[in-house]
Design a protein around this ligand. Sequence first.
Ligand SMILES: Nc1ncnc2c1ncn2[C@@H]1O[C@H](COP(=O)(O)OP(=O)(O)O[C@H]2O[C@H](CO)[C@@H](O)[C@H](O)[C@H]2O)[C@@H](O)[C@H]1O
Length: 479
Amino acid sequence: MVMSLHYSLYSNVKLPLFCYKPASEFGSKFHPNLFIKNSSEPECLNQLCPPANQSVAAIVFGDGSSHSRLYPLTKRRSEGAIPIAGNYRLIDAVVSNCINSNITKIYALTQYNSTSLNSHLSRAYSGARLSKEGFVEVIAAYQSPDDNGWFQGTADAIRRCLWLLEEYPVVEFLVLPGYHLYKMDYQKLIDTHRRSKADITVSVFGNKKGEDLGFGIFKLNDENLVLEFRENHEMSTRKSLSVENLVNFDDNEKCNFPSMGIYVINRNIMIKLLTEYFPTANDLKSELIPGAISLGMKIHAYQFNGYWEDMRTIEAYYRANMETIQKTNKAYNFHDRDSPLYTLPRHLPPTLVTDAVITDSVIGDGCILSKCRIKGTVVGMRTRIGDKAVIEDSVIMGSDTYHQTGISEGEHTSIPVGIGEGSIIRKAIIDKNARIGKNVMIINKDNVQDGNMEANGYIIAGGIIVIIRSAIIPDGSIL
Ligand SMILES: Nc1ncnc2c1ncn2[C@@H]1O[C@H](COP(=O)(O)OP(=O)(O)O[C@H]2O[C@H](CO)[C@@H](O)[C@H](O)[C@H]2O)[C@@H](O)[C@H]1O
């Protein structure tokens, strides 16, 4: 195989021309994927050339909406900061994908409720894992003499940060939503992008799910080139859409693919789109991408066929947590040696279990579990569960700190953080720092599908009871 990669589009980026050669041309000591870009520079083994850590910058969106689909989990935090699988936050999956794909220049653009996300990112990824010149830089929406107000959308956010994003002469920007759960080697996506010499490459989901709801849809030709894009505006209203709504876009369903919201955009194309062609556009999905198509730019699609959960509803978030306790983990592999999931080391003590019966569950660090029964449940860090409590098919997020039992300064209840003695919880999500009293039953007794009982500390979404962060559920309550 001989393949030349020419970066003719990148007038403002100075790069040598590169070529792939068969292993035989380099002699048998080289790996078949070896590519030598310059004899005086280190070899790139099994990776992109130029290597992703030098030529790609990731732009991760950690939040953005005051109308989040994951409310009330986003009442006090952005989507990316939502805990998952006991020890992690959602944004860890995307940042870990970047690190495992050798992309170490990562900008996280945040806006709403971003305090905990900013704190997590800056403490978890402060350089150690990111090699020389690697960073996760959190850029929270800010005001300056030139820019007033919040980020008006994804395109506006990138435009306002261009002065920073342009700092490194990368070849491509990789735009990523920050709260999807999946494993992707972005190097493959970028390799496809470079080989096709596209201006933009979008990632589409190859395994269309039966319950596909409200995705943006790309219509492709036989060569995976994008012909059209339609964003489903219903999505913003959080309505569930049927498959029929989804495929109305074209009679030929086979050429319609859901957008994953992931884009590789050549650096100079990004700059031109934002500053010359569409200088007032606010949104990538509804303005820049359709605009690029209308300008006749070359937009290629990369099909992804692995596990992907985009957390578009509370049910999806619940489902993703339940995947973590499957014995045959075909979904998201948390135990993957080759592409680990990173997070903030908390230095917590091991979980203390006294006489508890625990089956098919994941238990985070630093929990104190007494004579309780736990089945099919994700138990997050520092969770305290009292005697005789029974927890099934639930997500317990845990606590931010250890709390003393009894009333302490600043607290208005004697109910401690955690799950009280004799309580029964089934198919529920208990957000952090919630105080569930003794002999409480959280079982959705009236089998409600959707309901807002926020004043009482919970909502019900898709039949799942969600206890709001720091809510107090008094002794003996039955929900
Ligand atoms: N003003 C702002 N400031 C900061 N961050 C902001 C922001 N506005 C939005 N964001 C964040 O940017 C990311 C992309 O948001 P979008 O509104 O473009 O698309 P959405 O996630 O709805 O759908 C996308 O992802 C789905 C798949 O999940 C695709 O089908 C669909 O086509 C695609 O647009 C999200 O993480 C969002 O929270």
